[in-house]
Ligand binder design. Structure first.
Ligand code: 2AM
Length: 169
């Protein structure tokens, strides 16, 4: 099974990311838009792994206090557009703790540098220039839990299912 660990966005933040998608569409940008229910912030990508219970056990070893993340920008990596966040030391610290817990438990994960983002659009059929300077009205949410997610390929795109979560204390 294909697994990753993510922060599920609250309604206000989903709406903000969706509003950016609406603006892109109004600019005539076509592509593979992330459905609203799939919008998330990945903290660690595990990939193919058959031990979700081991991952949940590793997550139980992490403790963190609730903290606020603020979505404040739009950007891209090549053919992937995202909404991003204000710099956030608590988020960085949580990801360090999470990755250490996974490593200690022998669970594999993608070790590339954490770049917090919510993918809103893949493979746009439009040149970057027209949409590179979009700004957004920042919105925050309190992170109270992190979730183990399973990704499966459905008939109409990816389906993300929460297998379990751990809460802030
Ligand atoms: P992305 O949106 O930037 O592609 C499920 O695939 C989630 O895991 C997505 O949020 C995806 O980020 C993220 N992810 C991180 N590293 C990945 C990798 N090496 N392969 C696939 N998805 C990855």
């Amino acid at each position: 099974m294909r697994l990753f660990i993510a922060i599920q966005l609250n309604e206000a933040m989903r709406q903000l990311a969706t509003a950016v998608q609406v603006t892109f569409r109004q600019f005539g940008v076509r592509g593979n838009y992330t459905p609203t229910e799939n919008l998330h912030l990945t903290l660690a990508f595990i990939g193919e792994y058959s031990g979700p219970d081991e991952v949940l056990d590793a997550l139980e070893n992490i403790s963190f206090a609730p903290f606020t993340i603020t979505m404040d920008k739009v950007g891209s990596f090549d053919e992937l557009w995202w909404t991003g966040f204000e710099e956030n030391e608590e988020l960085e610290a949580l990801v360090r703790k999470l990755r250490r817990a996974l490593a200690d438990a022998g669970i594999p994960f993608d070790r590339k540098k954490f770049k917090p983002h919510v993918t809103i659009l893949r493979k746009p059929d439009y040149t970057k220039g027209r949409i590179s300077h979009m700004s957004i009205e920042p919105a925050g949410m309190v992170v109270e839990r992190i979730s183990l997610m399973q990704s499966t390929r459905g008939k109409n795109g990816m389906i993300y299912t929460e297998l379990g979560s751990v809460s802030a204390q």
